[in-house]
Design a protein around this ligand. Structure first.
Ligand code: 5MM
Length: 347
């Protein structure tokens, strides 16, 4: 099966517009997030999302339960050799572990970097019935970045959401979200945070892999042009894309070989080789499927480190194993460790 990139690429390889003052420190931080086979744990569900997930395992959705769950995630033994950092939301970044240490301090003590989700969520792009969204959060971003740096964060994350379907993603959705992602990335680099740039093409639907490949190619090509125009230093950022898969409702799911070929080919056609790295989201795939697809993507290879920045594929088993029971914290940690190990290549 061949995959056609139905869009003009972002001229990978041609020089970026000069302008970003990204330093060698930022480039080193970006590289450290994605090298050595290590990945990034996405534990940045906003309070509303986290509360729904707690309720899903029968736990009362209080601030203290959200805090205790995140403490479980970041205090497992041996995480530092396997993950480089943890993305937190604003609430968690300001919370403390039971021993009184702020989360960023506890992460640093464990050899892990603290990341912060700085987008403020999605809004309807053209009205409530439109179905497409724009991610917001640029207002006051420079000031918030300065505060997050002071609180100990070294990197940030912003997630744009693109939908597949008739006429989707629309040019308006692509342009608006790419512009916001690029402005976010530039503000972060100017303020001393490595931006993780997350354009997620959702997997909802029963479509074939080629549909996802075409939508992802258009998304990444638009994003690449916006990043260049904003003067973002590609070597001081991490891209967090979806894998190119068939739709989650597809009757004939693409196998890991097909996913890897389409994913890497799409990335190669659209993104600069100077990127610090690519850390994939899991996008609702099962833990097993996400790990198998990532392993195949790594085998295919690219000019960048290829790793994971999974949320659900890493933490769902841990949340279920813990289920709010203080006596099952170790069971939760073991479940997380198992999923992390599944995605870290053998040395
Ligand atoms: C962990 O969930 C993140 C934030 O969710 P909300 O802001 O919607 O509460 C989310 O951005 C996540 O980091 C990415 O979608 C990747 O997660 P998955 O589960 O797809 O790997």
């Amino acid at each position: 099966m061949s995959t056609t990139i139905a869009t003009s690429p972002a001229r990978p390889g041609s020089p970026a517009r000069p302008g970003s003052p990204a330093t060698t420190d930022l480039r080193a931080t970006a590289a450290s997030l994605v090298t050595g086979g290590r990945g990034i744990l996405a534990a940045d569900e906003s309070p509303g999302t986290m509360s729904r997930r707690l309720e899903g395992v029968g736990v009362e959705p209080t601030e203290e339960h959200r805090r205790a769950y995140r403490e479980l995630l970041v205090t497992g033994e041996g995480l530092a050799g396997r993950i480089s950092g943890v993305i937190l939301c604003d609430e968690t970044l300001r919370q403390q572990l039971a021993d009184g240490r702020p989360f960023p301090r506890a992460l640093a003590d464990a050899g892990l970097q603290a990341g912060i989700k700085v987008d403020t969520g999605t809004t309807a792009l053209d009205g409530p019935d439109d179905g497409e969204t724009l991610t917001e959060g640029l207002d006051g971003l420079a000031e918030r970045v300065a505060e997050y740096v002071a609180l100990g964060a070294t990197f940030a994350k912003w997630r744009a959401v693109l939908h597949l379907g008739a006429g989707r993603p629309s040019v308006r959705a692509l342009d608006a979200n790419a512009e916001a992602l690029a402005r976010y990335a530039r503000v972060c680099q100017d303020g001393g945070l490595v931006p993780i740039v997350e354009p997620e093409v959702l997997s909802a639907g029963g479509h074939r892999l080629e549909v996802c490949a075409a939508g992802t190619a258009r998304t990444l090509a638009t994003l690449g042009r916006a990043l260049d125009a904003a003067g973002v230093d590609p070597a001081a950022m991490v891209l967090k894309p979806n894998m190119v898969t068939s739709g989650e409702g597809s009757r004939q799911p693409a196998d890991p070989y097909e996913v890897a070929r389409a994913t890497v080919d799409t990335l190669r056609a659209t993104m600069r080789p100077e990127l610090a790295g690519v850390a994939f989201l899991s996008g609702g795939q099962s833990s097993e499927t996400a790990a198998a697809n990532l392993a195949a993507i790594r085998r295919r290879g690219g000019p960048w480190p290829l790793t994971f920045s999974f949320g659900r594929a890493l933490v769902s088993p841990a949340l279920a194993a813990w289920a709010g029971d203080p006596g099952r914290v170790d069971a939760g940690r073991s479940a997380l460790r198992r999923e992390v190990d599944r995605n870290v290549p053998a040395a």
